[in-house]
Ligand binder design. Structure first.
Ligand SMILES: O=C(O)CCC(=O)C(=O)O
Ligand SMILES: [Fe+2]
Length: 660
């Protein structure tokens, strides 16, 4: 019923969007907003109007005018003399591409050691903090950029109307356009969607901070474009002061090159971890959700170069093909006038193919990479003829699901369940169902548990509507200021915890048995009643661990019970995991079980529950390998409650066979 009310909505949305297009700005704000609400999951999606619209992809060169295309240093890129070779060798591929982008945009190269390398006032504390790992901090930066945009746009018009001295400002113009076509477009769309709704409103700045392409585009503008503008406009002292102080009242330290690298890495990890199609991803498709945001050919060039340096050759070829294809079909004046641009794109693309072919054999047998195609590339490259090795190994990996020790197949299967594929056999799927559970206690008779069995042996349950919205809001409120990068147990020293790329969320702990966390006690009692295990006395449980993930953040497959018996001396090992989703996730962010071949969907308010030990209460159940899939778009919140053995050995269901 609710889902089919789209017609009317679409008409009024169309009107709104037409009005939107009329609003003042340098460019039009395209795209249409749609909302649909099905059951408890309300989604806002921003969709492109037509195929044609999809094809109108930016090259990133639209705003460069003939006389601004400065003396292009052709020799640096194509020359064969000693100087050119030397310069090329000094630069990494990404830097070379970046300096090319600067040249075609007509912006100056920054002096070495300038602000983009090390921000003023940077200290060790700052260096530990990285923008891409904290969506809730990053959203403040989105606000700063919007203020900067307003100040600079005002200035731009004053110069244009000759109220202020100054000539043509192409770099500033392209900077303003870039903001309009990405962050500003998204923010305006979300604000309109908010106006249309009466349920909980979406935070438009968080929307930008949790979209991998918007995040990358924004950080890139801070690190590159804005730096040039600040240099160019140095003599307008009032303007510079307004930009530093009025736009940035909290004195946030602007992103650095390291943040730009992190943003590129986020794109790579998101795509690799959930097997996103390159063309669709570049055009804003996030898992199943189509967004109105894409990247230009220049962006794709930089992204492709980054993938090369990360030895991810198959995706690199795809990104660079997309970049080349985009500028080739574009009717851009600059591209037509300066064949050298296409030459550079082609050269980078060919370079990726060469590296692919050189490394193909080694990588295709390296089960931990597998990011090459199934065969060497024979030019001319036809994108339809090649499959990524990782896709191809899917069947073999699925057949190896009985290998319970950490091995390559776990990571391949994890990627596939994270992409929403189910690997369970018909036999494994039989008997899986949903039901209302009223047993055990009168409490559940009036308030039954909405159960779903995701896997039979070992059992994995998802129970819906277990944590209410109000409580969720309270938990997040209590957690958000305490979030810190998550750690994992050091493999070389089990008593230590360390920051690792295998777990990129941030987290905090809330104790239900003391202080301000006591509001969680009723939830603990509810979990106790449901699981029929003891989990309120502190020695029976850990505190609630609350974790937050932004785009690309994940937790690689692991087992929740401890391997090292020393960790279990006082409380025993972790028998049970109760993991609650405290948010929906716009795209990605499932909880994947690679051995079981299934993933839970992040549904706000539901919990997922499974035993980590065998029935003998001693051995770890190695079939419970699981992990948090990379978030593609949005933020994901979870809470973990781990229940321990010693307080529960009497109640833990045992088997007849000691091996069981
Ligand atoms: O984020 C998830 O979906 C899984 C988290 C998890 O496994 C953990 O925190 O131990
Ligand atoms: Fe876990």
């Amino acid at each position: 019923e609710q889902c089919s009310s789209g017609q009317l909505e679409k008409a009024s949305l169309q009107k709104l969007s037409d009005e939107l297009n009329k609003t003042e700005g340098l460019g039009s704000v395209g795209g249409h907003v749609g909302t649909s609400s099905c059951g408890s999951k309300t989604k806002t999606y921003l969709e492109n109007e037509s195929e044609e619209d999809n094809i109108r992809i930016e090259t990133g060169l639209e705003f460069i005018r003939e006389n601004d295309f400065l003396k292009f240093d052709e020799d640096l890129y194509f020359g064969s003399d000693e100087y050119s070779t030397f310069r090329r060798e000094q630069l990494s591929l990404v830097e070379l591409v970046r300096s090319f982008i600067r040249e075609v945009k007509g912006v100056r190269a920054l002096p070495l050691g300038s602000s983009s390398d090390k921000p003023n006032g940077a200290n060790d504390e700052y260096n530990k903090m990285s923008w891409c790992f904290y969506p809730y901090q990053l959203k403040n930066l989105v606000g700063v950029e919007i203020s900067i945009y307003q100040i600079l746009k005002d200035f731009y018009y004053k110069v244009l109307k000759k109220e202020l001295p100054g000539g043509h400002l192409p770099v500033l113009e392209s900077y303003l356009r870039d903001i309009e076509q990405s962050s500003l477009r998204a923010i305006t769309n979300v604000e309109y969607a908010n106006d249309m709704r009466n349920d909980s409103l979406e935070d438009p700045y968080l929307y930008v901070a949790s979209h991998p392409l918007l995040m990358y585009r924004m950080i890139r503008r801070f690190v590159e474009d804005l730096q040039h503008i600040l240099l160019d406009l140095e003599e307008y002292e009032d303007l510079i002061e307004a930009l530093y102080y009025n736009a940035n009242p909290q004195s946030l330290v602007f992103p650095t090159n390291q943040d730009l690298k992190d943003a590129l890495d986020s794109i790579l990890r998101t795509q690799e971890g959930t097997s996103l199609n390159t063309l669709e991803f570049a055009r804003g498709k996030m898992d199943k959700l189509q967004t109105d945001i894409h990247v230009s050919a220049l962006h794709a060039l930089e992204i492709g170069a980054y993938y090369i340096t990360e030895k991810n050759y198959a995706f690199a070829v795809e990104w660079l093909y997309y970049a080349l294809d985009t500028i080739s079909v574009s009717k851009s004046f600059v591209v037509e006038k300066y064949p050298i641009i296409e030459k550079f794109f082609r050269k980078t693309f060919n370079h990726a193919i060469e590296l692919h072919n050189e490394n193909w054999e080694t990588v295709s047998t390296n089960y931990w990479n597998l990011n090459v195609f199934h065969t060497k590339i024979t030019p001319p490259y036809n994108p339809r003829s090649y499959v990524r090795m990782k896709e191809l190994m899917k069947e073999e990996a699925a057949r190896s699901r009985n290998n319970l020790e950490w091995n390559w197949a776990i990571s391949v299967n994890f990627m596939h369940v994270c992409a929403g594929k189910n690997l369970q056999t018909e036999k494994e799927k039989s008997g899986l169902s949903c039901w209302l559970q009223r047993k055990h206690n009168p409490y559940w008779v009036i308030n039954p548990l909405k159960m779903e069995l995701l896997n039979r042996d070992p059992p994995v349950y998802q129970i819906y509507d277990f944590i209410g919205d109000k409580l969720i809001a309270k938990i997040k409120n209590a957690a958000v200021s305490g979030l810190e990068r998550s750690t994992v147990v050091d493999r070389n020293d089990a008593s230590r915890s360390i920051v690792e790329q295998t777990r990129t969320s941030s987290q905090t702990w809330i104790y239900d048995n003391k202080g301000s966390g006591k509001f969680l006690l009723p939830l603990s009692y509810r979990m106790q009643l449901m699981s029929q295990l003891t989990l309120v006395p502190p020695e029976s449980c850990d505190a609630y661990q609350v974790a937050n993930y932004g785009p690309s953040h994940h937790y690689a497959p692991h087992i929740d019970s401890f391997e090292d018996p020393r960790r279990c001396i006082s409380k025993g090992n972790r028998i049970l995991t109760i993991m609650g989703y405290l948010s929906h996730v716009k795209a990605g962010g499932r909880t994947g079980f690679p051995i079981l071949g299934v993933a839970a969907e992040p549904v706000k308010g539901s919990i997922v529950m499974w035993y980590n030990l065998k029935k003998n209460g001693n051995d770890r159940d190695m079939r419970t390998w699981h992990g948090g899939c990379p978030v593609v778009f949005g933020v994901k919140w979870i809470t973990n409650k781990w229940v321990y053995y010693k307080e529960n050995f009497r109640d833990f269901p045992c088997g007849l066979n000691p091996e069981e």
